[in-house]
Ligand binder design. Sequence first.
Ligand SMILES: CCCC/C=C\CC(=O)SCCNC(=O)CCNC(=O)[C@H](O)C(C)(C)COP(=O)(O)OP(=O)(O)OC[C@H]1O[C@@H](n2cnc3c(N)ncnc32)[C@H](O)[C@@H]1OP(=O)(O)O
Length: 281
Amino acid sequence: MLRSTISSLVPRATSVARHMSNAAKLTTVEINDVTGIATLTMNRPPVNGLNLELLTDLNNSIQEIEDNKSRGLILTSSNPTIFSAGLDILEMYKPDKERLKAFWTTLQDVWLALYGSAVPTAAAINGHSPAGGCLLATSCEYRVMLPKFTIGLNETKLGIVAPKWFMSSFLSVLPRRVAERALNQGRMFTTDEALRNGLIDEVANSKEEALAKCAEFIGSFSKVNPLARSLTKQQLRAAELSELENERAQDLEKFIFFVNQPAVQKGLGIYLENLKKKSKN
Ligand SMILES: CCCC/C=C\CC(=O)SCCNC(=O)CCNC(=O)[C@H](O)C(C)(C)COP(=O)(O)OP(=O)(O)OC[C@H]1O[C@@H](n2cnc3c(N)ncnc32)[C@H](O)[C@@H]1OP(=O)(O)O
């Protein structure tokens, strides 16, 4: 009985999907008319780098999904090999002061909205997912990833430090010992390693399969009272959420101070240079 309820929630090729957002934006929201589940797709070529505009669209799309009382939210990417390359380093390298403020504030908004979302959330990780990409994935309640990609918080490799709330998301998924070592090492996990360590919940062989598995996870709540479920989730996540809510201004100040340090700017410059060299080869 449960299985048939769940499978009826899995998107089918024949189901009708309503597009809630238009293609001019960097995200699209598609609601499956059969399941009521919203698929939120990031679409900022070439690598879904999280810049101010993509973060703004993500924030608005999450809000739209909450307001429309969707049954759940699946986060994914339109890029076949990259979920998200994390924060757009160009936002932090030689930054404009006002834009940098808006950028970080919007990232805080996105995390608060996604980690604290009232609806069940899942990530269909259909490509590489470093740093900010990993933050988005670990803010969701369930993760399904395609083979042969990588995921992790690699900030120390860039000479930067992941803020406390990045670590909170990571720690909500991984055992403390594994998280501590991975954060210090800036470790990127392969799909297999991520599965073995619990950083992801399942592996799927195609994006369609990943979306179906995410929908199945969301469908597993069909017999649970939605208010009781969302209040339970929010209570479990309340400490991390209020920590950032109460320290938003200090967090922003710390970020701006840190990013503007000459040594950090130098490190980001070298990292960008190396990325560009690599992409030319
Ligand atoms: C106090 C501060 C706290 C901040 C906390 C968070 C940190 C972050 O999120 S920082 C971002 C960390 N991200 C990374 O380290 C990922 C870097 N990118 C990659 O490893 C690869 O690009 C990736 C595996 C995602 C994809 O590989 P490819 O498919 O081979 O693509 P290319 O490497 O050729 O990249 C194409 C193009 O995109 C540019 N690029 C890639 N990532 C970023 C990025 N994060 N920000 C800005 N630009 C990025 C790359 O330089 C290439 O540009 P062009 O040479 O101009 O084509």
